[in-house]
Design a protein around this ligand. Sequence first.
Ligand code: NAP
Ligand code: ZN
Ligand code: ZN
Length: 347
Amino acid sequence: MQSSKGYAALAAESPLAPHAFSRRDPGPTEVTIDILYCGVCHSDLHMARNEWGNSVYPMVPGHEIVGRVSAAGSAVTKFKAGDLAAVGVIVDSCRHCAPCHRGEEHFCTEGATLTYAAKDRVDGSTTMGGYASNYVVDERFAHTVPENLDLAAVAPLLCAGITTFSPLLHWNVGPGKKVGIVGLGGLGHMALKFAHSFGAHVVQFTTNPRKRDDATRLGANEVIVSTDASQMKAHDRSFDFILDAVSAPHNLNDYLPLLKQDATLTLVGLPPEPPTISPFNLIRGRISVAGSMIGGMPETQSMLDYCGEHNIVSEVEVIPIQKINEAYARMLKQDVKYRFVIDMSTL
Ligand code: NAP
Ligand code: ZN
Ligand code: ZN
């Protein structure tokens, strides 16, 4: 066993606080990663506060992990001690079902193992996430990191990045397509960067008019303040695809009329309450509402490689771990530009 320290939620109502625990030594195909940076995802907040109803405590959140390998098992081929490595939202899966064989481990029919607050397939313990000094993971679920990118700004790619990259590719976002991104937060700003990079005409929806200049700088061709009905109406039936990355309840019926015939609105945001959808907004143009969750291991690696080639990273505000509760409070006020990342040397 090796000792680890981090910050944990001890109950849904309590702030995160220092927490000591242990991790196993790496098995033959596993590595220990000493964590340098960990991004702060809104899912961490939903989970720490038990907003989805499935939390277990103590919980060390964090699934946007970048660090250096400090130990590698004897059969590890992808990494050696000293290499950079990154870990995202899942750390294991059954590895033998059809989705696992396809490299879609996140859709594992037996259920993928989440990076924190899940039952570890190897030793039965509860997984502890990346707001911590280290992580132990099978090399299949760790990724290599392009050397040319700022490491703090790479961390959010492991969740916010892949969660937006994957659906944009799946729904063929590219040149000639008009694409909407709803919510300019951690996921939204990565969606904006990727959709712009893929060559689409990108329209950013935001509730906050003060984000207009940033949206433009990050690649938006147009910015719509979603509370302004006339701005919304002007885009009636014009979108090929809309990606919704909003963390709180909001009215999807404001967005569905903006889609062209046969177009899709895909949800990646996960507000605790289910949305209400008027079927009239679907039947009038054979409209689809879909969902998407992170991405498999091969796609996550190709996303990181794409970011290395195109120099794409997250916009980050680096914080010491002691400011994590303040960061959560600011995230709830939509005051994030555009991802908090914890500098783990402050632990
Ligand atoms: P975030 O950084 O807090 O951004 C959320 C954005 O949603 C805000 O910046 C805001 O954008 C908008 N928003 C917030 N409250 C709103 C409200 N009451 N009405 C309308 N808009 C509101 O969160 P995030 O880390 O990007 O995560 C977004 C969601 O995706 C969370 O629910 C998270 O759990 C989920 N998620 C899903 C996956 C997946 O695999 N599907 C992966 C990661 C995260 P504006 O200020 O521009 O309006
Ligand atoms: Zn996340
Ligand atoms: Zn599987």
